[in-house]
Design a protein around this ligand. Structure first.
Ligand code: SF4
Length: 333
């Protein structure tokens, strides 16, 4: 199977009329500008050269802001640059991200006309209090309406959520994930909330009105929803943030940032499953997993392996291509 690449086009959110408490849009607005048509074409062409040389499939992604919050003529300007690459079969499709309240029939027909395939909306939570306390400026009903229109329009639907927002609880987080599944999401992104300098959340944090999750808490709250998404066939595009995704937006003041957050979450889920197997069968001497699961199985800095080796120094976690992805094969010798 060919590997898949994304050609990212970053569109900063200029003068966003909203005030999400975790976002420092003042910094973005002050330091960024929308790319010109020439710049966008250059980004696409330079990525395509490498992608073609390596024989990979790819898509163009307009990231960074609420794409459909741009005036229609601006959206069309960017889509017109990307669409010919889909028509010439040089790329597989176009992906955009936006807010749920920036979706309507007119916008969707423009996106359809220019071959947009995947639409990701930032729900962040499906709890009205959490949305209000987070200053999102949209309701859970907006997310439901947008999801319905996107699915009816035949697009692939992504719904992003955050963990640890003001007023959030593990139960509300889990309920949000369940509703995202029920809305028919094909994919999701899970972002633990970080406190960024010069944001309303930073002020709340300094005043003692907001306590960010620790890394351990964020992992504990994310692990069950990660499992739920997997069990329901929702692709997890992303779990945790890459520094490049928030550092442009100000300094990290506090919060559960970890360079291998996704691995921590996957490892926790593996550990829970493996411990259950060992509980039922104490004779197990090791596990085999598919090579693609080995990092999750071993754990960050081999943390899981160390847990098992505390009880049995000979305990092994090995990779075996014959084991199906996601499954665990117990070893008794
Ligand atoms: S996160 Fe909220 S405030 Fe920041 S750019 Fe997006 S919609 Fe605007």
């Amino acid at each position: 199977m060919k590997s898949h690449s994304i050609i990212p086009i970053f569109l900063p959110e200029l003068a966003c009329p909203h005030q999400c408490v975790f976002c420092n849009q003042k910094n973005i607005t002050a330091t960024e500008k929308l790319p010109s048509e020439k710049e966008v074409s250059e980004i696409i062409e330079s990525h395509l050269k490498t992608i073609k040389a390596e024989n990979r499939t790819c898509e163009i992604a307009f990231f960074g802001g609420s794409f459909t919050g741009l005036p229609l003529h601006e959206q069309e300007k960017y889509l017109k640059l990307a669409a010919p690459y889909v028509e010439n079969a040089e790329i597989e499709g176009i992906r955009i991200s936006t807010r749920p309240d920036y979706i309507n029939d007119e916008i969707l027909s423009l996106l359809k006309q220019y071959h947009v395939k995947i639409i990701e909306i930032g729900a962040q939570s499906m709890d009205e209090d959490v949305l209000r306390l987070s200053g999102r400026g949209h309701s859970a009903e907006d997310v439901r309406n947008a999801a319905k229109l996107i699915k009816e329009g035949g697009f692939i639907l992504g719904i992003q959520m955050m963990v640890g927002l003001p007023g959030d609880t593990p139960e509300k987080t889990y309920t949000t994930a369940k509703e995202i599944i029920n809305l028919g999401a094909d994919g999701t992104r899970i972002y633990p909330v970080l406190v960024i300098d010069d944001t309303e959340l930073a002020e709340m944090y300094k005043a003692g009105d907001y306590e960010p999750l620790s890394i351990e808490e964020a992992v504990l709250q994310t692990a069950p929803i990660y499992r739920l998404f997997e069990e329901n066939g929702v692709m997890i595009y992303k779990c945790g943030l890459h520094p490049s995704e928030f550092l442009y937006n100000g300094k990290l003041m506090a919060g559960p940032w970890h360079p291998a957050f996704r691995q921590l979450v996957q490892s926790k889920n593996f550990l829970d499953k493996a411990e259950k197997l060992l509980e039922d069968d104490p004779e197990i001497k090791g596990f085999e997993v598919n090579p693609s699961d080995i990092n999750a199985a071993l754990g960050f800095e081999k943390g899981n392996l160390k847990v098992f080796q505390m009880k049995n120094t000979e305990f092994r976690i090995l990779q075996n291509a014959n084991v199906k992805k996601g499954e665990i094969h117990a070893l008794h010798t």
